[in-house]
Structures are given as structure tokens and as C-alpha cells.
Ligand binder design. Structure first.
Ligand SMILES: Nc1nc2c(c(=O)[nH]1)N[C@H]1C(S)=C(S)[C@@H](COP(=O)(O)OP(=O)(O)OC[C@H]3O[C@@H](n4cnc5c(=O)[nH]c(N)nc54)[C@H](O)[C@@H]3O)O[C@H]1N2
Ligand SMILES: Nc1nc2c(c(=O)[nH]1)N[C@H]1C(S)=C(S)[C@@H](COP(=O)(O)OP(=O)(O)OC[C@H]3O[C@@H](n4cnc5c(=O)[nH]c(N)nc54)[C@H](O)[C@@H]3O)O[C@H]1N2
Ligand SMILES: [Mo]
Length: 660
């Protein structure tokens, strides 16, 4: 909620009536107004005047920018075809109208025949893993955690990356729930849990099997549920029996007794709610790990009970169908993979000639930073970046277009951690010459002389189209109501039990055995697939497993330039266990190099018992150009695929840490 005086936003706060957030904002969004007025905000279109990467620009008018873009795009399409254009859209603020989830730009790209963009940078491997079992990545309504009596926070740092959930966990605790954090780092969430299991990164699939093994030893499997609601149990049971706790202790580095104790709790506590989010799927075996975790409630029968099951994301329950308008595409085009930016830019066959970046900061956010920088410096690549701030990626742009922020544009949001639709009404006019994503694409369509009428739909028309569905979860939810009330819960029962009437799988059951997974080239049965750092010998000289999760002070790389948040982040840091630091002769507070054969970044060493021996931990979010050595964490993250959906492997890389 934004208060406006004389056309200027004077304060912003959360809405205390909202059932999920209850008005609480995070450290970052608390500074959103200040950020929207920051001195380095991009307010005008700009053209590059220096070498690529230098960030030297001159101000130009929108007319000049659009003319230059239209001329370059037409020439590229004439010579190489539309597929030479890559619309590289990032997560930005995720809205359905202006952002990644939605419509902005897609129609225009289809009309131009541009390559399609596979936005798999965040949650794809895990989404696939869950889908083979449940038929959807959607799971528990996170509000139901208030009803859980055992809560596993598995590869998720709730108090940093999604703190609104915490209130529901606290409610459960008041009623006696026991909370376990499973994370190689003793995070602030682990500090608050009743128990922390410092698992070796990338071994979660084995832990899931070991816990189910104990459930079987205890004779606590829900036989009625297994018989009537699952598929492939006999075969899956054989797989579980291969993972007794002693073997799992060896793989995961956890004490056998801890695995047994948690297995017994799981066997005898109904409902058990598992919050497993993105951390553990940013690994080579990440899809398989989520798939195995999704099997647990099939064995315990937890989906019967509100407060039982697995919660990864609620996106799968959101009935808004981003209108992809495939009919506007004259002929099929290739799909380019977001996690393979360097590879695709280096390819000589069917080269990318125009990279159009919006809502994304790939130079800082995407794997293999040094190769991306080299590839983006290519003189024959025409790069347009729509941005709010002069990011690492903007430095490589030929043309920069100034973008609005949330308080200045209209959007429709659906959560991935709750069950509400939200309306974002602009509170103030855009500053300078900033334009929203949709408005920018309308202007470009006009400049290109395109006649397809739907390219010119207004934001309100787009919102109407997104809501025009006879999906029962949208019953009674109109645009008028959303605009009036601000947020509306999906039309689903409370408490919501997604699989009460069966699973959206081919068999209608929870599928341990999945023919669809097999058809996609995965195992028909789930199995433990170790991450690279857990499953293979380290390359000579790079023995440490690096995990790089969310920072408390930045949102991906957004806010990475905010002075106060940077001060609080205290610069890039890397955590090492005392034994690993001593073996390298390193002292606490010392500036070190974190490096491998792909690159390096500088960080201040924190010697800490928060990480187990063999593991180094840092966070994402720092901008490369604002960091020592103008390099950041993704310089050491390899462009390599997770086991499913070509997801990224941000937490699965070998490095060395050395004195600088
Ligand atoms: N403050 C803040 N909040 C954010 C974001 C942010 O950048 N900053 N980003 C947002 C976005 S886009 C996303 S996708 C989410 C991501 O938020 P999360 O889903 O929480 O994912 P991560 O932060 O990547 O990792 C979570 C935890 O998983 C642990 N982990 C890493 N590898 C393993 C493993 O192999 N096994 C286990 N058990 N744990 C492991 C990490 O140590 C970390 O503590 O957060 C969102 N919220
Ligand atoms: N090492 C490491 N790297 C990671 C991760 C990790 O765990 N470890 N996590 C990954 C994850 S989960 C994600 S989701 C990605 C995120 O990666 P990206 O999708 O690249 O997200 P950001 O880095 O936040 O960059 C978003 C940019 O969009 C701009 N922006 C915001 N709103 C708008 C808008 O409305 N219009 C326009 N034009 N621009 C806007 C912001 O200013 C910001 O610069 O990063 C990934 N990178
Ligand atoms: Mo993400």
C-alpha cells in the first residue's frame, strides 16, 4: 500500500489484512520506495558510445532509440530470419502482465518469428521431479503448515527467502510441532529449528530413501493409501530397501542415529509437512531429489491430512494461463535455454544476432560469467536491455530502454508461495521517460508497422484476458473485484487439499512408477542421483563443494546496488569450516580468491561452524562490477545441466579457496 502526496509516493507498507503476509515486508522491499528514487535509476533511453562492457552511454530520445532498433531488427530478420532474435526474459518482478510469468512481449516475438525463450533458471528440475509423481509441481497450501505436527524445512531458508511462511510454522509449534532444517549450512532458519541436519550437498535423494526405509522398519507405511492411491509401490519398495540408514549415513555424512530418529518421527507423526524448495534442486541430481521427496507422503499417507504433504511451489495451482498466442507464430521456431546463455551466444550455426534482455541481469545471475561477458562483447551482436538500473548486463547493451518499477505500472500477480491473486495498481506516474514492458512493446510494434491488432491491447485488456477462464478456482474472481479488493484467494476450499480427489497424473494416482518420466528419458522409477560434488571425484586442485543460495539483503541481483543493503551485506563473503581454513593457512576476515577453471571471485573469509568440512558457502546477489576484481559468484558456476529440464547447477560446483 503506497501513500501518495502531490503525485509523489511518500510511504509504503504491507497490508495487515492480507492473510499470508499480514503486512510484513522483507528487509529489501522495505527500501523499495527509496530504491525507486535512487540516483542511479535509468530514466532515459541511451545508446552505447564506448566499447561493449564499459558502460559508456549517451542519452537519446525514444524516437531515436525505436528507429535504431527497428532498422537493426529488420536487417537481422532479412539476413538471418527471426530466429536470430533471442528475447531473454528474466524473473524481474514476476508479474503476469509486465513480468516473466506473462504476456508482455510474447505476441510481438511470435509475430517476428523470434526464437522462443526457455525460462528454466529457477525451479525447472524440481518442478519436473515433482510432476512425475504428483502430476503437477503444485503441492500443499503453505498456510496448512500451521496444522502440521512435524515440519521438515528441506533445502529451503525460510527466514531469508520466504519469511511469510514462518508465522504458520510458529502457529504449528505452539500446538507442539517439531521443526527440522535439512541444509548443509546452519542458516538463520536452521538456528531457529528444533533440529538441524547438516547434510552433504546433493545427497538428499538418499536421505529421502533412508527415511522411508525407517518408516518401513517401523511398519508405519499407510497400506490402505498405498493400495488405493499410488502406482508402482512394490517396485519402489524394493528401491527403498536398498537404502538402510547405515548406507545413507555414509552417503549424506549425517549420523546414522539422526537418520533413524527422524525416520521414526516421520513414521509416527501425522500430519508431516515437508517444505522443500529450490536449494536442493540446483544440483545435477536435483530433479531426482525432489522426485524422491515427493514420494514420502505416498508412503506415509500424509496427503490425507491437511498439514501433510510436500510444498514446493503453488504456481501449479494458479489458473491464469499466460496467453502464449502460439497462433501468431507463422512456423515453428527453436527454443533457446536460459541456463545456456554463453553456449548459445557462442554458437556459429544459426547465430544469435539480437539479444533482447528484460527483467534479467544475466551477466551477474547466470552461470559462467566470464564466457557470458566474452560472448556479449561480440561486435556483431545487437543487444537491447530494458532496465531500471545500470546493471552488469546494461554495460553490454547497444541500446538501453528505461523501465518502470512496481509502483509505476499495472500488473496482475499470482504467488508461487501462496494461494492468492494480487492486483498492482500504479500509484505514481513513471519518472523521467520510463515505460512499462507492455508499453515499450506497443511502441516497438507501432514503429515496426505491425498490424496484428492484439499487439496493441491495453494492460486492462490483457488482465481481462488472463482472467477469462472457466477454471473453477477463478469462479467469482473478476477484474473489478481484484481492483477493488487488491487481493483475492483462489476459489478453493480452506484448508486446501490439492489431491483429495486424486492426482492429475495419467493414472489419477500418486505415481512412484511414471511412464511419462520414462518417455522423457528419465527412469520409470525414482532413484537417487548424486550431485556432481557428491558423486564424483573433485578435479585436481578444486576439492571444495560451493553452495551459493539467496542472500538476506538482495533479491537475486535486484537491490544489489542499494547502498544501505550493500553495507549490510558487508561485501561478498565465503564461509569455510575451521579445519578447511587451517589446512589452507587462512585467517578469519582475510580477503580470499574462490576459484576454479572457469573463473574466480574475491570474498572475505568467514571461518564458521555453520558449514561442514568440505563445503564452502557464499550467496548470490552481488553485482560483479561493484565487487572486488569486478567478478562475482557466477564466475565459478559452470554451464551444465541438472538431471531434469536443463535446470542450473548453482549449488553444485567444485572450487578452491586461496589467499589473494
Ligand atoms: N532474501 C531473498 N529472498 C529470495 C531470493 C533472494 O535472492 N533473496 N530469491 C527468490 C527466488 S528467485 C527464489 S527461487 C527463492 C530461492 O530460495 P530457496 O528456495 O530457499 O533456495 P536457495 O536460497 O537457493 O537455497 C535454500 C537453502 O538450500 C540449501 N542447499 C543448497 N544445496 C543443498 C542441498 O544439496 N541439500 C539441501 N538439503 N540443502 C541445500 C542452501 O544452503 C540454502 O540454505 O528465494 C526467493 N526469495
Ligand atoms: N549463484 C547463483 N546464481 C543464481 C541463483 C543462485 O541460487 N545462485 N539463483 C537463480 C535464480 S533462483 C533466479 S530466479 C535467477 C534470477 O536472475 P534474473 O532473472 O536475472 O533476476 P535478477 O538478477 O534479479 O535481475 C532482474 C533484473 O530485472 C530488473 N527488473 C525488475 N523488474 C523489472 C521490470 O518490471 N521491467 C524491467 N525491464 N526490468 C525489471 C531488475 O532491475 C534487475 O536488474 O538468478 C539465478 N542465479
Ligand atoms: Mo528463482
Amino acid at each position: 500500500m503506497v501513500t501518495v502526496q502531490d503525485g509523489r509516493a511518500t510511504s509504503m507498507r504491507g497490508n495487515p489484512d492480507h492473510p499470508y503476509t499480514r503486512g510484513a515486508l522483507c528487509v529489501k522491499v522495505n527500501r523499495y520506495l527509496e530504491h525507486s528514487r535512487a540516483e542511479d535509476r535509468i530514466l532515459y533511453p541511451m545508446r552505447r558510445v564506448g566499447p561493449k562492457g564499459a558502460g559508456e552511454f549517451e542519452r537519446i530520445s525514444w524516437d531515436e532509440a525505436l528507429d535504431e532498433i527497428a532498422t537493426r531488427l529488420r536487417a537481422i530478420i532479412d539476413e538471418y530470419g527471426g530466429e536470430a532474435i533471442w528475447p531473454y526474459q528474466g524473473t524481474g518482478t514476476l508479474g503476469y502482465i509486465q513480468g516473466e510469468s506473462g504476456v508482455a512481449g510474447r505476441r510481438l516475438w511470435h509475430v517476428l518469428g523470434a526464437s522462443r525463450h526457455d525460462a528454466n533458471i529457477c525451479s525447472r528440475a524440481g518442478s519436473y521431479g515433482l510432476t512425475w509423481v504428483n502430476g503437477t509441481p503444485g503441492g500443499m497450501d503453505p498456510e496448512n503448515f500451521a496444522l502440521s505436527r512435524l515440519i521438515l524445512l528441506w533445502g529451503t531458508n525460510t527466514l531469508t527467502s520466504g519469511h511469510h511462511l514462518w508465522k504458520f510454522i510458529q502457529d504449528a509449534r505452539k500446538a507442539g510441532a517439531y521443526v527440522v532444517a535439512i541444509d548443509p549450512i546452519r542458516t538463520r532458519t536452521a538456528d531457529q529449528a528444533d533440529e538441524h541436519l547438516p547434510i552433504r550437498p546433493g545427497t538428499d535423494g538418499a536421505l529421502a530413501l533412508g527415511l522411508m526405509h525407517v518408516v518401513l522398519e517401523e511398519g508405519a507405511e499407510d497400506r490402505d493409501y498405498l493400495e488405493h492411491h499410488t502406482l508402482g509401490w512394490d517396485e519402489f519398495r524394493t528401491e527403498i530397501l536398498k537404502y538402510p540408514p547405515a548406507r545413507v549415513a555414509e552417503i549424506t555424512g549425517l549420523p546414522e542415529e539422526s537418520i533413524r530418529a527422524l525416520g521414526r518421527r516421520l513414521a509416527h507423526t501425522r500430519p508431516t509437512g515437508i517444505r522443500a524448495t529450490h536449494g536442493l534442486q540446483r544440483h545435477e541430481g536435483g530433479g531426482s531429489a525432489l522426485r524422491l521427496i515427493a514420494c514420502i507422503p505416498g508412503v506415509t499417507g500424509d496427503w490425507r491430512h491437511p498439514g501433510g504433504g510436500v510444498a514446493f511451489s503453488t504456481t501449479g495451482h494458479m489458473p491464469l494461463q499466460p496467453d502464449t498466442r502460439m497462433d501468431l507464430l507463422a512456423e515453428p521456431v527453436r527454443r533457446l535455454t536460459m541456463t545456456r546463455l554463453a553456449d548459445h551466444l557462442e554458437a556459429e550455426d544459426k547465430p544469435v544476432k539480437c539479444l533482447w534482455v528484460y527483467g534479467a541481469n544475466p551477466v551477474a545471475s547466470t552461470s559462467d560469467q566470464n564466457r557470458i561477458k566474452r560472448a556479449m562483447a561480440r561486435e556483431d551482436l545487437f543487444t537491447v536491455v530494458m532496465e531500471q538500473f545500470p546493471t552488469d548486463t546494461v554495460d553490454y547493451a547497444d541500446i538501453v530502454l528505461p523501465a518502470t518499477m512496481q509502483i509505476e505500472h499495472m500488473d496482475l500477480h499470482a504467488g508461487y508461495g501462496h494461494m492468492y491473486l494480487l492486483w498492482n495498481e500504479p500509484a505514481v506516474a513513471p519518472p523521467g521517460e520510463c515505460a512499462s514492458t507492455t508499453e515499450t512493446f506497443r511502441r516497438l510494434a507501432r514503429r515496426l508497422g505491425l498490424t496484428e491488432p492484439s499487439l496493441y491491447d491495453s494492460d486492462l485488456e490483457l488482465a481481462e484476458q488472463l482472467l477469462a477462464s472457466d477454471h473453477p478456482a477463478l469462479a467469482g474472481i473478476t477484474l473489478d473485484r481484484l481492483r477493488k479488493e487488491g487481493w483475492v484467494r483462489l476459489n478453493v476450499p480452506a484448508p486446501f487439499q490439492p489431491f483429495a480427489d486424486g492426482f492429475p497424473t495419467p493414472s489419477g494416482r500418486l505415481e512412484f512408477a511414471s511412464a511419462r518420466a520414462a518417455a522423457m528419458g528419465h527412469g520409470r522409477m525414482p532413484e537417487y542421483v548424486p550431485s556432481r560434488t557428491a558423486g564424483s571425484a573433485p578435479p585436481a586442485g578444486y576439492p571444495l563443494a560451493l553452495v551459493t543460495p539467496a542472500s538476506h539483503t538482495f533479491l537475486n541481483t535486484t537491490f544489489g546496488n542499494n547502498p544501505e543493503l550493500r553495507r549490510r551485506a558487508k561485501g561478498p563473503r565465503v564461509l569455510l569450516n575451521a579445519a578447511d581454513a587451517a589446512a589452507r593457512g587462512l585467517a578469519d576476515g582475510q580477503r580470499v580468491r574462490v576459484h576454479n577453471r572457469h573463473g574466480e571471485f574475491a570474498a572475505d573469509l568467514e571461518i564458521s561452524d555453520r558449514v561442514r568440512p568440505g563445503v564452502a558457502a557464499t550467496t548470490k546477489g552481488h553485482w560483479a562490477k561493484l565487487s572486488p576484481g569486478a567478478s562475482s559468484v557466477n564466475a565459478v558456476v559452470e554451464e551444465r545441466d541438472a538431471d531434469m529440464g536443463r535446470g542450473p547447477v548453482y549449488h553444485d560446483n567444485f572450487v578452491q579457496v586461496s589467499a589473494l
